[in-house]
Design a protein around this ligand. Structure first.
Ligand SMILES: *[C@@H]1O[C@H](CO)[C@@H](O)[C@H](O)[C@H]1NC(C)=O
Ligand SMILES: *[C@@H]1O[C@H](CO)[C@@H](O)[C@H](O)[C@H]1NC(C)=O
Ligand SMILES: *[C@@H]1O[C@H](CO)[C@@H](O)[C@H](O)[C@H]1NC(C)=O
Length: 681
């Protein structure tokens, strides 16, 4: 009796189980179908009919390998691994077929004057399943190779999956022990698109436009350097007189996640996009700027570069130093719109695709054992507070917090060898860094609104699958006393200062009515002399406004005979009384290029200055329209004998003037009184 009853219960349970499963299945299928249809409605991708096509791999033994999934077809040279062709939406090749096969889609490495398109010497199939193909083009360096070969082993991988409107690309770099020393300053992937088709470039919601052609550049006039050209005779007369310069299209790493081109004039427009799902393999941290897309039409993916930073961020390998790093994967995405007037929807769709890739990061399908899959990565979390001087501590809001190879505080901005993992803290100071590749790091941070760099005292070792909670951390920014006055906002950028309008005859129409991106205009450095024709800046604390009265760049003045002269900026301030002890001048620079800031108080003479930064920096920010480069902070102690009761002057002289591009951008300047104790109050 008892047993029978038990059996009945089990049968009943089984039935319930079956019914629930069916329901789940139906619901699941419905929701999948729903999202699928929703995608279709937005994208109108030709892939819809072939979303489940198998991935095929052809011609493995000939001079080219073709991988297709019914949506795209990728043609790679064998065994070199150049991307010769990408066909999509009825277009045979979206890349430029006029170019040689090594000049359409390739990876190159620069070391000083040498730039090499490093290519494979051995082809192999890593995976060939019906829903995914991964291939490898391996290149092994040998000492018998001539000097034009960068001593690095490289395994370049391509992945095509069924249902994907695009392909993945990544590369594994390795230097076994024993390789000769080398300095590397750039590693990038380049795609050159069919010029007859792609004419509209998009790198952000507001930064997108129809672009001039390569021919327009060639018939233009070179400006202060070869990259900047004024269009004199463009095929589209609308562009006449505009400036074209690829550095006007740079972005910070943290915002450089999708960029590309659209065939805006075709009946069924097509988009070609490079999507970057992670910054972990890029150099220099989250605010380093780099190139995106530019006239060609060219689409770049920069893994490592010295742009907006200078030689200090080069990768130096010692003789024999062992090294391995995975760059990527990045995703090359193609999309299409049903009609010409919908071409801009391809940008929103590409952004949507980016979100999808971010959600799937780290990928679980790359086959290289050197690419660390999600379940082998670690997590670090905690809470950061900031205590500035005698003030109560407060939440570190929106702080940049990241892991990079061990080094002194702030060293991450010059670090190019290892992986970096960054996040922003929440308003309550909590932070969580996910998907960290196992290894040993330092934890670094900086907080908008506060000067200096935070570094956690101990090295942090991330183990596979581990989570470390650091709980509460406190950052004490440099400060020796209360603020007497300050100029600007400590945020590592000069954007809050006065940025002049561009010359009306040297504009890029993207940046005419865009106050946020105004600094990207060409030629602004020339306007200093126009604004201050006879005298340099005199800034009166309490009267002047840094938004209007502090020029964004301390550049040389141009004299009537076209020679340059060092500009000396004066800061006038009043002291109601002079306290005993040392005052402190906190001098934070947002950029420096072959520049030297000399500092005097009250008496400027030819004598050595009270303080000098010495000649520093080569981030070339002024010529490249960046509003910040590397960050520099100088805390200058000033015994009170140098100050007087009443009117005082701080002189800031930028003493190097070999060219107009030698200069600094200030981030923030603050004068602090001597340290106070309770007795002083
Ligand atoms: C506290 O912070 C304010 C503003 O951040 C600053 O002006 C002031 O000097 C600080 N006080 C001390 C004692 O550091
Ligand atoms: C240019 O003018 C400045 C100031 O008048 C003068 O000191 C300098 O010698 C001149 N340079 C040349 C090359 O004429
Ligand atoms: C004050 O500044 C001078 C000049 O930099 C320095 O030599 C001295 O040690 C400082 N004194 C204190 C108490 O910090």
């Amino acid at each position: 009796m008892k047993m029978e009853c038990g059996m009945d219960k089990r049968v009943l349970l089984l039935w319930w189980y079956i019914i629930v499963c069916q329901l789940c299945f139906i619901l699941g299928a419905y929701s999948e179908d729903f999202s699928f249809r929703r995608n279709l409605r937005i994208f109108d991708n030709p892939e819809s009919s072939s979303a489940n096509s198998l991935v095929t791999l052809n011609n493995q033994n000939s001079a080219q390998v073709v991988i297709s999934n019914g949506i795209i077809s990728l043609t790679l040279s064998n065994p070199r691994g150049y991307v010769k062709g990408v066909s999509y939406a009825g277009i045979d090749n979206v890349l430029d077929e006029k170019n040689e096969e090594n000049d359409r889609g390739y990876l190159d490495i620069s070391s000083g004057k040498l730039t090499q398109r490093v290519h494979g010497t051995h082809f192999s199939v890593i995976t060939h399943k019906e829903n995914i193909v991964e291939v490898s083009f391996l290149r092994t360096w040998r000492s018998s190779m001539d000097a034009s070969n960068v001593p690095i082993n490289m395994d370049q991988r391509y992945i095509v999956r069924s249902g994907d409107s695009g392909f993945y690309s990544y590369v594994i770099f390795e230097r076994p022990k024993g390789f000769p020393a080398i300095t590397i300053d750039q590693i990038r992937i380049v795609y050159k698109l069919n010029e007859a088709r792609f004419n509209y470039m998009a790198i952000s919601d507001t930064r997108q436009r129809k672009m001039p052609s390569m021919r327009d550049r060639k018939t233009g006039q070179e400006l202060a350097y070869p990259e900047a050209v004024q269009l004199k005779n463009p095929s589209n007369p609308e562009f006449k007189g505009e400036v074209d310069d690829k550095y006007q299209y740079s972005s910070e790493n943290q915002y450089n996640q999708v960029n590309g081109w659209i065939t805006a004039d075709s009946e069924k427009p097509v988009g070609f996009w490079i999507i970057t799902p992670s910054n972990e393999f890029r150099n220099g941290g989250p605010i380093k700027q780099d190139l995106t897309s530019h006239v060609g039409p060219t689409c770049l993916f920069m893994f490592v570069s010295t742009h907006y930073a200078g030689k200090q961020v080069e990768i130096e390998f010692q003789q024999g130093e062992a090294y391995k790093k995975v760059f990527g994967p990045i995703f090359v995405y193609l999309n299409s719109a049903p009609s010409n007037n919908q071409f801009k929807s391809l940008w929103s769709d590409a952004k949507q695709k980016l979100l999808n890739e971010l959600k799937n990061w780290p990928y679980d399908f790359p086959q290289s054992k050197d690419f660390i899959p999600p379940n082998q990565r670690g997590t670090l979390l905690g809470n950061l507070r900031v205590q500035d001087g005698g003030n109560k501590s407060q939440n570190a809001k929106k702080a940049y917090i990241g892991l990079a190879l061990p080094g002194p505080a702030g060293s991450w901005q010059r670090e190019s060898k290892g992986y970096q993992f960054w996040t922003r803290s929440y308003l309550n100071g909590n932070f969580i860094i996910k998907n960290i590749v196992p290894g040993t790091y330092n934890l670094f941070a900086w907080i908008p609104g506060f000067i200096g760099d935070y570094k956690y005292n101990y090295e942090i070792t991330i183990k596979p699958g581990s989570t470390i909670n650091l709980n509460s951390l406190v950052y004490n920014p440099p400060r020796n006393g209360p603020t007497l006055w300050e100029i600007g906002v400590p945020d590592r950028s000069a954007a809050e200062f006065f940025v002049p309008n561009p010359y009306p005859y040297l504009t890029n129409k993207l940046y005419i009515n865009d106050p946020i991106n105004k600094f990207r205009n060409y030629g602004l450095w020339n306007r200093y002399t126009e604004l201050y024709p006879k005298h340099d800046i005199v800034y009166k604390v309490g009267v002047s406004k840094y938004q209007n009265d502090w020029f964004f760049a301390h550049v040389p003045r141009i004299l009537e005979n076209k020679t340059y002269q060092a500009a000396t900026w004066n800061v006038k301030f009043e002291l109601s009384n002079v306290l005993n002890g040392n005052y402190t001048l906190q001098l934070a620079l947002a950029s420096a290029s072959y520049a030297e800031v000399q500092v005097w108080f009250n008496k400027m003479s030819d004598d050595p200055p009270y303080f000098t930064t010495k000649r520093i920096g080569d981030d070339n920010i002024i010529a490249r329209h960046g509003i910040h480069g590397l960050y520099w902070l100088f805390s200058i102690q000033l015994p009170s004998v140098h100050l007087v009761k009443g009117d005082n002057t701080l002189y800031l002289r930028q003493s190097r003037f070999g060219s107009l591009f030698e200069g600094v951008l200030y981030d923030y300047i603050r004068l602090e009184s001597p340290p106070t104790t309770k007795l002083n109050v």
